[in-house]
Design a protein around this ligand. Structure first.
Ligand code: ADP
Ligand code: MG
Length: 352
């Protein structure tokens, strides 16, 4: 996404969040933004004194700068070091900033039949997505893709022994692009709570977690249409995360065809058939990984994986313009384009 698109979308999100939905006198909302994880982060704090809000925002900005460095997929740093040592096949001490994310990723990879697979860093690099602005160029050599798929790198290839790790497969290269934002937002919410904040949103370019409410009103969240604009609104309150994976986030066009950044580990090519998936879940880490996995699973395969992950709300827009969702999501989402065909799945869990 280009810088001006980020700004416009950030502004749009912000406007939507601030739409009044009642008449009670509202506590002031302190909004601040900074860049992290290559996207614009929006922090909204409700009813906090401006000076305290300023201090809190600075602490969070520092947190995110630390996390971005720790988990960066191609800049040198802790993850770079891990990726240099994994192919040796020998045990080494994993940096403390990596180990919890690695363990969580192993669990989520297992639950998604490895559709969420942060071990495919080599494939993502081969596709040219280990750069800030993916260049328009031909897709990689089909044989090189096939070789990496055959090498079958998986999170389960990584053995964890205390604080030491090793990979049994030299093709494993870690890329936390599909989970880092969610995990970082969960840590940020923990930090906010420690600082006594009860009502807030941490929003990374449309992917967010909210706690509390906005002066007694739910937060209103805009879901972006892959072609631009807003196509749905969700109201959330309490403690919920909303994450969307879409083919529009990072991509390049070559000879009229768009190649996006969500790679199907089974083929090595960008996943086909899905435009975007929005997941609502309590924690942001699961929501982030789930959105990526369900995007790849597509309209035919998303349901059993969502069940296994314990997700209660899913909305998937397929390449034919059809919306797939579970009944509980249908009940709470407000679709702004009424003429799109909707296919309802059986219920997921017993959503309240
Ligand atoms: P975004 O970060 O744009 O919201 P995602 O959460 O879906 O999108 O993450 C996509 C990123 O995750 C890619 O840029 C890449 O770094 C990484 N990735 C791509 N395919 C996979 C996959 N199958 N499993 C895990 N990570 C992936
Ligand atoms: Mg994700």
């Amino acid at each position: 996404m280009r810088a001006e698109q980020i700004r416009i979308w950030g502004l749009l999100c912000c406007l939507m969040l601030l739409l009044p939905s009642g008449c009670r006198r509202a506590d002031p909302v302190y909004n601040t933004r900074f860049l992290a994880f290559g996207t614009l982060m929006d922090l909204s704090l409700v009813g906090v004194e401006p000076q305290k809000a300023e201090e809190v925002a600075q602490l969070l900005e520092q947190d995110f700068a630390f996390m971005q460095r720790a988990w960066h997929a191609w800049d040198p740093g802790p993850l770079g070091r891990v990726n240099r040592l994994l192919p040796t096949g020998k045990f080494f001490a994993a940096p403390p900033s990596i180990l919890p994310l690695l363990r969580k990723s192993q669990q989520l990879a297992r639950q998604t039949d490895d559709l969420f697979n942060p071990a495919i860093g080599k494939l993502i690099a081969l596709w040219g997505f280990h750069t800030d602005a993916p260049a328009c160029r031909p897709p990689p050599d089909a044989r090189a893709i096939r070789n990496l798929v055959r090498a079958d790198p998986k999170m389960s290839d990584i053995e964890v022994r205390g604080i030491e790790i090793r990979s049994k497969n030299p093709a494993v290269q870690l890329d936390f692009g599909a989970i880092g934002k969610g995990y970082g937002i969960d840590l940020a919410i923990d930090h906010l709570r420690e600082l006594g904040i009860r009502n807030a949103i941490v929003n990374a370019g449309g992917d967010l977690r909210a706690i509390g409410d906005r002066s007694g009103h739910p937060w209103r969240i805009a879901i972006r249409h892959p072609n631009g604009g807003v196509f749905a609104i969700l109201q959330i309150a309490g403690d919920e995360s909303v994450f969307t994976s879409g083919d529009y986030e990072r991509n390049f066009i070559y000879e009229g065809k768009t190649y996006h950044h969500i790679i199907d580990p089974r083929t090595g090519w960008p996943a086909e058939g899905t435009r975007s998936v929005t997941v609502v879940h309590s924690d942001a880490t699961t929501a982030d990984a789930a959105a990526t996995a369900l995007f790849i699973a597509g309209s035919e395969g998303w349901y059993p994986i969502a069940r296994r992950l314990g997700i209660r709300y899913v909305l998937l827009l397929d390449s034919q313009g059809r919306i797939h969702m579970n009944p509980a999501m249908a009940k709470r989402v407000q679709l702004l384009e009424g003429d799109l065909p909707v296919l309802l799945s059986p219920p997921l869990l017993d959503a309240p």
